[in-house]
Design a protein around this ligand. Structure first.
Ligand SMILES: Cc1cc2nc3c(=O)[nH]c(=O)nc-3n(C[C@H](O)[C@H](O)[C@H](O)COP(=O)(O)OP(=O)(O)OC[C@H]3O[C@@H](n4cnc5c(N)ncnc54)[C@H](O)[C@@H]3O)c2cc1C
Length: 433
């Protein structure tokens, strides 16, 4: 595939690196704002990334960042079991040690209280944009909420406290006993103490959403090039002028520079190497997770849920049911860890007794790498001094799908020097530099 012809007259050209949910949302809203958009994706058209087979949840309920009190103690406890939902691949690595130090520095109550209204607003505004995007019926946004299911009374108590915080933040929540849960979702048998119903959460099938977004982008005149890898920037006098690219397509094997006025790095867990090329320290660890999608499940719930103690997400997608979980912090490696997958599968019958581990025999194991920042907040904004014209949109960890539209919207405003109604200092990409 040939890369686009350079056009020095074109003052509105934005090149976006990365065709995951973030890159696509930035492309869509930049086009809406009148930009000419070129999106580059290293993978082939059929290839996937973290955005394709995730749990598909839109989560105003997730107003607590990953870096929160208790997370370190919980993480250490979980590290004792090879089937637990969390692991860190510990090894002597400066990058890992620095990330862990920055995480430890942020995992406190002050950080949570300082950011929870902001995270709520980001997620609620993103939800509004999801509703808008679904108005043409291009994809289905299921607005039935999310059930946080608790096996034990201790965790129900803990989640009830979170529900009370959510209530104080103006979110619609209900603490439910098992009878009430059966009313809300009569289509699945649950063996739980109770749960929290976060009524504003939604779910969708991410692959359908991404395909439709791609169609919209092409329909609006955007250009998407697959199998093109961005290798680095050409900077002159502190201003980014071009992106060095290699065409991985094979036959035409084209290597070229693409010139533009603005560039957005939305490369997910692979973003730090491009940022490093600009002298920007962008601490990100890959948080590997898995999903398994059952085509004909024995029962199909109506509402998506999280099995709280097991940290497993369960999402109905059409006639299929997706189970997703695990956070293995480490390198950018997609290898499937059979023991962690077993941990997910073993937890399911404890909550949904009609399901058996054998139901997952022969079901594909999918893995994806969440781009995790150490303070649990994304990086959205300019790359910083010495790299004018380059912008960053990544680090969304467990909320990349949910925050996709609002990230695209914010970035489009930034690219156009327009007003952003949300205070964006907390998202500044250079905050750890
Ligand atoms: C098991 C699991 C369940 C999840 N469930 C949810 C959920 O329910 N709700 C939610 O909100 N989030 C969820 N997430 C998180 C969400 O999937 C991620 O936050 C999101 O997909 C990140 O999107 P992204 O666009 O930043 O990265 P990606 O989707 O990884 O896309 C980045 C793209 O950039 C490309 N790229 C990188 N470098 C280059 C380069 N140099 N040149 C060209 N291309 C490049 C890559 O090939 C890749 O395609 C889940 C994640 C996992 C693993």
């Amino acid at each position: 595939m040939s890369l686009p012809q350079n056009n020095f007259q074109d003052k509105h050209r934005v090149v976006i690196v990365g065709g995951g949910v973030i890159g696509l949302c930035v492309a869509y809203y930049a086009l809406k704002a009148g930009k000419k958009v070129i999106l580059l994706e290293r993978n082939s058209e059929e290839g996937d990334n973290c955005s394709t087979e995730n749990a598909g949840m839109v989560v105003p309920s997730h107003f607590v960042p990953l870096a929160a009190p208790g997370m370190i103690a919980l993480g250490l406890r979980w590290m004792l079991s090879s089937e637990s939902p969390f692991a860190i691949r510990l090894r002597p690595s400066r990058k890992l040690m620095r990330w862990l130090y920055l995480f430890w520095r942020s995992a406190n109550k002050k950080h949570v209280i300082h950011n929870r209204e902001f995270l709520r607003d980001l997620n609620l505004k993103s939800r509004e944009l999801f509703v808008e995007l679904a108005e043409d019926d291009s994809y289905e946004l299921v607005k039935r909420g999310l059930l946080m299911l608790c096996k034990g009374s201790n965790s129900l108590e803990e989640e009830s406290r979170l529900a009370s915080d959510a209530n104080d933040l103006g979110l619609e929540v209900e603490v439910c006993d098992s009878r009430r849960l059966a009313e809300i979702d009569p289509d699945i048998e649950m063996n739980v103490e109770g749960g929290i119903w976060f009524k504003q959460d939604c779910h969708l099938d991410p692959s359908i959403f991404l395909n439709q977004l791609r169609k919209k982008i092409l329909g609006m005149g955007g250009e998407i090039y697959h199998q093109v890898c961005a290798d680095g920037f050409v900077i002159e006098n502190g201003q980014a002028k071009a992106l060095r690219c290699s065409d991985l397509g094979g036959s035409e094997s084209l290597n070229d520079n693409i010139e533009a006025d603005q560039f957005v790095i939305a490369g997910g867990a692979w973003s730090p190497s491009l940022a490093r090329d600009l002298g920007l320290d962008l601490p990100i660890l890959a948080g590997k997770g898995y999903s398994m999608t059952v085509p004909e499940p024995i029962q199909l719930p109506r509402v998506c849920s999280i099995l709280n103690e097991a940290r497993v997400a369960v999402t109905p997608m059409g006639d299929c049911l997706r189970f997703a979980g695990t956070m293995e912090l480490g390198d950018n490696d997609l290898a499937i860890n059979a023991r962690r997958v077993k941990g997910i599968l073993k937890s399911i019958p404890k909550y949904f007794p009609q399901f058996k581990v054998e139901h997952f025999n022969g079901i594909k194991r999918w893995s994806g790498l969440r781009p995790c920042s150490p303070d649990g907040l994304p990086y959205i904004g300019p790359a910083g001094p010495g790299a004018d014209g380059v912008f960053i949109a990544t680090g969304h960890a467990m909320m990349g799908l949910s925050l996709g539209p609002i990230t695209g919207h914010i970035m489009a405003n930034i690219l156009c020097n327009d007003y952003n109604e949300l205070p964006l200092d907390a998202l500044f990409p250079g905050r750890f530099s």
